[in-house]
Design a protein around this ligand. Structure first.
Ligand code: PMT
Length: 240
């Protein structure tokens, strides 16, 4: 069960071999980067919570790609079944507050961050210690705003890199541009739930990069290919 002869977990072996097969030029060697991924979970009581559909796949693909290019990657992740990409340091969190604390802490000594997590904007005002019993009438849960992690990092980023995501369902371009400015991103990756194969859970995504000089719309790609394109932009940022 333990010691030298113990076989590593199959997921770990697959991730390691995958890394060898994708062997890349170590263009991000020496860079410390943070990636947030997955959904946060906001408890209502010991058995119920508020969350969203993020699987973590997009963020994990980015973390893996950056690590393959030599970056030292800290992956701040909500709950997921995904294996940790080879060479990535993983910090597990549940709530938006936990993700905020972990991301702010990791950002201090870093060269930048990619904010791919789907973070709850609201959390229950109070968490019941015991299971809330149903009664005849309707019930009401008061929600309060969570802190915006990306906006906090953006306000203190200095010369560091900050990449954001925007998940939209309408007026995509305008909403993404507003987030680019408000959160002080260097560029934002827009994905729309109106595009087939884009967004949550699947293995593909259709994204548009937006920065202060313009936009680049990509075709439908695997999430790993999207991660490669993001990594290329990050390389350009550090090359400037
Ligand atoms: O995980 P998958 O199933 O692969 O799905 C991938 C994805 C759809 C989750 C991903 O591609 C994506 O779009 N992630 C961002 C989702 C999101 O919450 O977008 P937003 O438009 O609400 O947030 C804008 C930006 O602010 C994001 O970078 C987000 O990480 C960040 N944010 C938002 C709220 C908050 N409290 N803190 C944040 O950091």
């Amino acid at each position: 069960l333990q010691g030298k002869g113990r076989m590593a977990e199959p997921d770990a072996i697959a991730a390691f071999v995958g890394g060898l097969l994708r062997e890349k030029k170590k263009s991000l060697q020496g860079k410390r980067l943070i990636v947030t991924a997955g959904a946060t979970i906001e408890a209502i009581d010991p058995v119920r919570f508020i969350s969203n559909h993020s699987s973590g796949k997009m963020g994990y693909a980015i973390a893996g790609e950056l690590a393959d290019r030599g970056a030292c990657v800290t992956l701040v992740t909500g709950r997921t079944e995904l294996p940790t990409p080879a060479g990535v340091e993983r910090v597990d969190v549940l709530s938006a507050t936990e993700m905020y604390d972990a991301a702010v802490r990791a950002f201090e000594g870093s060269d930048g961050a990619v904010m791919c997590a789907a973070v709850a904007d609201y959390t229950p005002d109070r968490v019941s210690d015991t299971k809330i019993k149903k009664c005849d009438g309707d019930m009401c849960i008061t929600l309060r705003r969570t802190r915006d992690i990306a906006a906090e990092l953006g306000a203190h980023k200095g010369g560091r890199l900050l990449v954001g995501f925007a998940l939209e369902t309408h007026d995509e371009q305008a909403h993404a541009e507003a987030k680019l400015e408000k959160k002080n991103f260097d560029f934002i990756v827009l994905n729309s739930l109106r595009d087939a194969g884009a967004g949550f859970r699947g293995d593909t995504n259709k994204v548009t990069f937006i920065d202060r000089t313009g936009r680049e719309e990509l075709p439908l790609l695997s999430k790993r290919e999207v991660a490669e394109r993001i990594a290329e932009r990050i390389e350009e940022f550090f090359a400037e």
